[in-house]
Design a protein around this ligand. Structure first.
Ligand code: GDP
Ligand code: IMO
Ligand code: MG
Length: 429
């Protein structure tokens, strides 16, 4: 039938995992299309927290099948741990999980190269998650990599050794100490585990499913402002995180298959790692948001930088993705705030603009804010969208107008069930 794409519109951690988990039963297939274990998608079900890095966020449901697409980079060690943790709770999980033979592997030396490169950059480091993402994608585009389907090839070990040798030469330019022995042993153990999984030609699998009338939810990782082409380069990740990445990362033709593009944004903004963040709040208000929103990385545990919502950046992301409906998460984090601010324009050298300049890193940006009265009500207690407090709905309709896009869902807490739907839009899914 068709594909809906769900993705983050900011710098990641918008709450994608929670929303995918909530919607998953409406779909036959949930498919991750890019990124790798740099992602950390949190699900809270019956009070139990699960953080997924590579496995799609539909895995906790019986109905949908979960596919790790060709656009994903896989660290077999992380994947093995993740699946073992999941199977300890539900032995049936391996049956519902399929992995593209065309997905690329992250090797132990990719992780070391990531760490060595970041260490060499010193103050100007990207703040990578150190999961080997950039070196793995570099080898993919450099046409030097190992893919999941290669595990079935008798020359797999030989090909691995060739790549390793090349990586060791690269590492010799850095003054960086490392030890490979344990990492390699763990990696090859995990490769044996990968052989026991459902390895598929995912582009055929997904296109056949569509031809049979099935529907797919494509799950993005990271966020649009971390996109390799359109994010705050060079402080970005190494994949296309925007909606078009779903076609590339799953082998789905764009011509007629994509229906809804569901863009997720927090009611404020966060970023983890280095790079420009025009609305960042370094003082007490930023700290208050971090505390109230428990803003610490799901993958690395690093404190997330916090700030007010950045509407020029969000409008840019809505444009790039062709967002058809928005989801606002973590609105409850601002429950107690007397006033809420939203950046509506950038002031760059006295000139005001609602567009993102070519290089955010090189501009001195003064955000121009519009202020709203806080709702001072606990949103977690509401069970219907239309009954939400007036001051909150004022803020929501301002966002809808600014972004020229309807907000179809409001997330009011981390738990699976804390999601309110605008009734008129629910049927669009
Ligand atoms: P993802 O990477 O986009 O899936 O997001 P993360 O899981 O990295 O970070 C989102 C965090 O916010 C997680 O700890 C979620 O449990 C939590 N969360 C998600 N939605 C909400 C919400 O509406 N309110 C609150 N308070 N927390 C939320
Ligand atoms: P989810 O899917 C937030 C950030 C890193 C760093 C930059 C590059 O959970 O939203 P990388 O390891 O990709 O080379 O790091 O991107 N980053 C994320 N930030 N959420 C993520 O994923 C991220 N994945 C990468 O912090 O700034
Ligand atoms: Mg995350």
């Amino acid at each position: 039938m068709s594909v809906d794409v769900l993705l983050g519109l900011q710098w990641g951690d918008e709450g994608k995992g929670k929303i995918v988990d909530h919607l998953a039963n409406k779909y036959d297939i949930i498919a991750r299309f890019q990124g790798g274990p740099n992602a950390g998608h949190t699900l809270i079900i019956d009070g139990v927290k699960t953080v997924l890095h590579t496995v799609p966020s539909g895995i906790m449901h019986e109905r949908p099948v979960n596919v790790i697409g060709n656009g994903v980079v896989i660290d077999p060690v992380t994947l093995k741990k993740e699946i073992e943790n999941l199977t300890s709770k539900d032995a049936d999980i391996k049956r519902r999980l399929f992995i593209s033979k065309k997905a690329h592997f992250i090797l132990p030396t990719h992780k070391i190269l990531d760490a060595a490169s970041e260490a060499a950059k010193g103050q100007s480091k990207i703040g990578s998650t150190l999961r080997g993402i950039s070196p793995a994608y570099m080898d993919k585009t450099g046409r030097n990599a190992l893919r999941v389907g290669d595990v079935l090839d008798k020359n797999f070990k030989l090909e691995y050794e060739k790549i390793k040798e090349r990586h060791l030469k690269l590492l010799s330019i850095y003054d960086f100490e490392f030890s490979l022995t344990d990492l390699e042993k763990e990696w090859f153990d995990a490769i044996e585990f990968v052989k026991s999984l459902n390895l598929i030609d995912s582009e055929y699998y997904l296109n056949k499913a569509l031809a049979e009338g099935k529907n797919i939810l494509a799950e993005g990782a990271q966020g649009s402002m971390l996109d390799i082409d359109f994010g705050t380069y060079p402080f970005v990740t190494s994949s296309n995180t925007i909606a078009s990445g779903a076609c590339q990362g799953l082998g789905i033709p764009p011509s007629k298959k994509i229906k809804e593009v569901i863009g997720i944004s927090k009611a404020y903004c966060t970023r983890v790692g280095s790079g420009p963040f025009p609305t960042e709040l370094n003082g007490a208000t930023g700290e208050r948001i971090r505390k109230s929103g428990n803003e610490f990385g799901a993958t690395t545990g690093r404190p997330r930088r916090t700030g007010w919502i950045d509407l020029p950046a969000l409008k840019y992301a809505v444009m790039l993705n062709g967002v058809t409906q928005l989801v606002i998460t973590k609105a409850d984090v601002l429950n107690d705030f007397e006033a809420i601010e939203a950046c509506t324009e950038y002031d760059i050298n006295g000139k005001q603009s609602t567009e993102i300049p070519f290089d955010l890193c090189k501009e001195e940006i003064k955000p121009v804010y519009q202020k709203f009265s806080g709702w001072k009500t606990d949103l977690r207690n509401f069970t219907s969208y239309d009954e939400l407090p007036e001051f909150f709905l004022n803020y929501i309709s301002f966002l809808e107008q600014y972004l020229s896009t309807k907000i179809s869902m409001i997330s009011t807490g981390p738990e699976r069930e804390k999601l309110l739907f605008k009734k008129t839009l629910e049927t669009a899914l």
